[in-house]
Design a protein around this ligand. Structure first.
Ligand code: GMT
Length: 373
């Protein structure tokens, strides 16, 4: 198939899922065209069957807000025509789904170009709920030819919030378990904790610092903070205020997290909201048990007490206790690290999930509307 993929190319779960999906599809022989305003992170150049098409957004003094959605729709049409795309697959409803709908309508007199929207989380639970975006998000979902959601929980939320009738297919997030592998022997030395996110308020990065403080009262550890975003400064200030500076390292944005995860002992994911928790899955594939919050779709991934721990949002003491347990009980850590890897391999490996996307593309393509036959 010839597939056009649009996503936010920056650091963030939806862009990562879209990029990894494109890479996996190309690996399986499909032709993949990324259409976005920048080269998606994790997308290296020169990969067979992968193409990247930049969306240029011209500015004009009259435009206080350059109309990206319109430039994107135009570029989608151009790429679909020049490369004879079969289908568009957009990640994150706003505004990608509307751009795809416009592209479909612009091409309607020539041929039918179906599009699938994958819902990732905040496009429904935060942005979609915003009064300014609610009606257009609902409309874009209703008009999609296929809709997927990355968890059962997000599907339930979407039905609850938008009261739509369309079928939403759950296709869970995935990880390449060959690329993400545990380390044969973790180096001895200080135990390592890791947090990775876009440092937005929903991630509750300050909780990581407070958890570290409680952990250090009982056992030595070092916290690695990977990523960047609005709350990074606040996290730094809190660490300074609590005198923890020498116990943590801010690593900034990292492209090859599969090289960082395997050295870690525990992943912290204290999020307020999480429709899936891709970072936890990547860590689990590397044998890193997560200590996370029991929110959204996270329980679909982590079975508390088996392959990680789930605790209530904001319960720093409970999360710190779990971290201490994992850092001080070798046997427990080993058991959970193995279980975490097993969960990734048996339930979320790309080799099992990508065929679900392929099958769904075919299903949508076969469903040609009568008017377009
Ligand atoms: O807000 C974020 O965490 C980023 C967001 C995104 O769309 O980039 O992540 C969402 O999509 C990820 C990939 O499907 C999921 O793993 C995250 O759980 C989800 N984030 C939230 O629901 C907060």
């Amino acid at each position: 198939m010839k597939i056009g993929i649009t996503c936010y190319p920056t650091y963030g779960g939806s862009g990562i899922v879209a990029t990894e999906l494109g890479l996996e599809l190309a690996n399986r022989g499909h032709e993949v065209h990324f259409i976005s305003y920048a080269n998606p992170i994790r997308l290296d150049h020169g990969i067979p069957r992968i193409h990247y098409h930049e969306v240029e957004v011209s500015t004009y003094p009259l435009f206080q807000y350059p109309p990206y959605c319109l430039a994107l729709a135009s570029r989608m049409v151009e790429v679909a025509e020049n490369y004879d795309l079969d289908i568009l697959h957009v990640h994150y409803a706003i505004p990608h789904s509307i751009a795809a709908l416009l592209a479909q309508q612009m091409m309607a007199s020539r041929r039918w170009l179906p599009f699938i929207t994958t819902l990732h989380g905040t496009d429904i639970t935060l942005v979609g709920l915003d009064r300014s975006y609610f009606p257009i998000t609902k409309f874009s979902i209703e008009k999609s030819n296929g809709i997927t959601s990355i968890s059962e929980d997000l599907r339930r939320d979407t039905y609850g919030i938008f009261a739509i009738d369309n079928e939403i297919r759950v296709i869970h997030n995935f990880v390449n378990v060959e690329t993400y592998q545990p380390m044969a022997n973790r180096p001895n030395g200080k135990k390592k904790l890791m947090h990775i996110s876009n440092f937005r308020p929903v991630k509750r990065v300050l909780d990581c610092i407070r958890i570290l403080e409680l952990v250090l009262r009982r056992t030595p550890a070092h916290l690695y903070m990977v990523g960047d975003g609005p709350d990074r400064q606040a996290a730094r200030s809190l660490a300074r205020q609590l005198g923890l500076e020498s116990h943590l390292t801010f690593m900034g944005k990292q492209d090859h997290v599969e090289r960082i995860f395997p050295e870690m002992h525990v992943l912290l994911m204290p999020s307020e909201l999480e429709s899936f928790g891709l970072a936890a899955l990547e860590g689990m594939a590397c044998g890193v048990p997560p200590v996370a919050t029991c929110v959204g779709g996270v329980p679909e991934l982590i079975t508390s007490g088996v392959d990680g721990f789930l605790e209530p949002v904001g319960d720093i003491a409970a999360q710190a206790d779990r971290v201490i347990q994992l850092l001080t009980d070798e046997e427990l850590h080993q058991k959970m690290a193995e279980a975490a890897r097993r969960t990734a391999v048996e339930r979320f490996a790309s080799s099992a999930i990508i065929p679900q996307y392929e099958a769904y593309y075919r299903e949508v393509l076969e469903n040609v509307p009568a008017a377009s036959r």
